[in-house]
Each structure stands twice: as structure tokens, then as C-alpha cells.
Design a protein around this ligand. Sequence first.
Ligand SMILES: [Zn+2]
Length: 496
Amino acid sequence: MIFHPYLHRSITALWLVLLGTTVWCQEKILGSSNPAAEVVANQSNPNKSADANKQPVDFLITHGLIVTMNAPRTIYDDGAVAIKGDSIVAVGPRSEIESQYAAPQTIDATGKLVLPGFVNGHTHVPMTLFRGLHDDVTLDDWLRKYIFPAEAKNVTEEFVRWGTRLAAAEQIRAGVTTFADMYYFEDAVAEETKAAGMRGVLGETFIDFPAPDNKTEAAMLAYTENFLKRWQGDLLIHAAAAPHSIYTCSRKTLEDASGLARKYHAPILIHVAEMKKERDDSEKQNGMSPVQYLEKVGVLGPDVVAAHCIFVDAADSKTLAERRVGCVHNPSSNMMLASGVSPVREMREAGVAVGLGTDGPAGSNNDLDLMEEMDLAAKLAKITHIDPLALNAKAVVEMATIDGARALHLDKEIGSLEPGKKADLILITLDHPNAVPMYDVYAQLAYALKASDVETVVIGGRVVMRDRKLLTVNEAEAIAKAREYKKKIAASLGIQ
Ligand SMILES: [Zn+2]
């Protein structure tokens, strides 16, 4: 039997009217293997006059096993979250929250984990339409021989819109509520992201060759300036500038892109030290590592999100920490392209905020499942150090939530379930075979639970998926379009 407290309260109120007496009611949850669901719920006098003394909110999430990811990492076995507008008003034990807050709607989280939404710190969402186009090659070959030509022939604003819609469906299904993107026509990515109700740090790409949207650096600057101006103050979209990397951008492009971002207090997204060739070329050409070169040209700062950070030594980690650069580790991508292993443990120890990203989703992953990245991040660190303690389950859950928010410089807004933060949260079922038994919630999240266990997703107080049904994206249409694009893209490259 599903216990729904709001319904329960209404029925109890009806009994009060009929019997004219106080009803004490006790219900025991049945049919769930989750110990947290074995709840005995006591409610007395849940009538309207009692509600009148309570603070009104928009909705409550009750009976969940709430993993807050706040500073002391508080977990409530039978907890509740009160949400008003786009923010969290209160989090705590259910009895406390229910005694203080009244809401017209309640989401019953019995038998479910309630967690901050996952933060995908690095990806290129329109590239969903290139998923599987050409795999099993080196990054340099993949970029120069396959993806740059494929992009030149196929990427239009329409392409970007459909790719973003498809990615929104995939990411919401996987519990991702915020993502950082670097691509072209980023204004269209922003419109589609907002339409899907997702939160995004979205960077328009600067690159030293004619891009699908802007053919010259002057055009890139003009487009990006309009883009940054347009989205200033938006509640979901953080517009950013994204100089691609030191190996595709001249010093001038790096300086211009970061200068423009700083003029508008916008974030700067960049690939950093992501392959050996990049590091070796930088040593040869600049006499220093990619991190030290970016420091020298004035790019590094507390507004920078650096993807990958593989070829980073102790001095580089120190610089990244001092400059408060956020780093994003992409284990699937780094393994698939055999790029190397980011020194995540060392960077964390140096005080760098390290988040997690999927990268891709084409050629270097190929999906947008951040839960998989948690699992891989922990295991990759363990095998690299030949030490099972190198990176533990709790650390990777932190990287997918609060540390991911820190890496994007959004930790005042998202990343944990705390009063005042945005109501970005997910409900994960604990009723699937892979979810039981559960001894340690972090280990379950990192190593056992799957994206397909995510049932309900709330972003900025808006329910965007309820019981696996997407509410903001026309998924069937996006899937059909992806199949159409496959035919078109294959034909443009002369492949089947
Ligand atoms: Zn990337």
C-alpha cells in the first residue's frame, strides 16, 4: 500500500467531522524492502485550524531517506523537504517539518532516497546527435579527422536545438539537474535548456578556425557579448564564454574571451591539460605546463571551470587551488580516449574543487549518465594508485553534487539540500533488486544504484520528471529526430 500523507490527512479530517472526536491514527507501510519505509506514522488533529498556524509552502517531500550533502553531511532517515517558489525553505525530520509547514501538495518519498540533483560539470550536449559516429580513435584524430569536419558540414542552429532536447531528456532521466556545456549556437542551447526547465552553465565556444556559427574571432566576440548580455540575471541559465583550449586558441583569443567574460561577471569554461600532446607542445612552445601558461596569460581565476586537468603536477594543483579554479574530472572520456588519469586525489588534497563530468556524449563516453561517472571515478583512482582507499564512495558522491557545484562556482545556489538553496533534487527508488540490501548510502549511490533508478526530478521547485514520466521534454519527438539526423550526417560524410 502506498502511504500518501496528504490524502491520509484529508481522510482523517473527514473522520473528525463524522465522529466529532479526535482520531489517532497509525499506519504501517507495507510492501517495501526499505527499512526507512517501515515507518509508523502518527498524526493527531491534522485539521485545517492546525494548518492555519503553519507556514504555507508550495509542496512538501515527505518520508524520504534524505541525503542533504550539507557541511556535516546530515542524513534524515524519515525526513522531509519544504519547497516554496524555486527554493528550499526547510529540510529536517518529517515530524518537525510537517508540524511547521503546510502545503497543498505532497510528494511521498517512502522507500526513496532524496538527494541534491547531480551536477554534470562538463559536456557538449548538442553532440548527442554525433553519438557513436566514430569511436575507438585518439582524441587528436577524433577531433581533427572526424568531428571537426562532421561539425562543419552538419551543425546548424536547428541541429543544436534537437541535440539539446535529446540531451535534456537523457540527463533528466539520469538525475542531472545542472550541466556545464561548451558548444556553438549556445544561445539556442540556452533557450532549449530553459524550456526543459534545466539549470545550465552554458559556454559559447571560441576557437581559432571558422566555427559552425561564427567564422571569425570578431564574430565570436560579438555573438558572445550579445549572449552574455541576454541571459544576465536569468534564474536557470548562466551564460559563459568558452575558449576551447590552449591548443586551439591563440593567446589573443584566450585573452579576448576571458576579458569579455569578466566584463559581464560570467564564467569561463575551458579544456585544460587534457592530452599529453597538449602538455608536450606547451612545454616546447611556452616553456611551461598548460596550467602555468594559462596562469601567465591571466586566464586563471575564481570564475574558471577547467575540464579534465589530467597533466597537472603538484605545482599546477597549487596554482589551481590558489586561483580557486574549479576542475571537472571526466573518467569515462579519459579512459575511452586513453588520455590519462587526472590526479583527483592530489588535487582534492591540495584544496581544488573537483567535480565530475560526462564529456562527450560523442566519441568520448558516449552517454550523459553521471552516476556511471561516480562509479568509474572511484574505481579509476583505486586501480591507478593500486589502493582501494584512493577515492571512496562518499568522495565521488560529493564530486557529483556539492563539489560539482563548487567547481562551477554555484555552491551558494545548488549542490546540497539546505534552506535558501534552489530546490534542485531527485528521488531515487530503493525498491529495485540492485538497491537492496543497503548498508551504506554513499556506497549504494556510487556502486549499485543506476540512472534508471531515478524516478522523480525537481529543478528550481518545478517537477520535470514524475515517476519516470518526463514533463518538460517531448522525448518521442527528440528520439525520432535523432534517427533522422543520423541518416543526414552519415550521408554528409559518405558513410552508411
Ligand atoms: Zn570536452
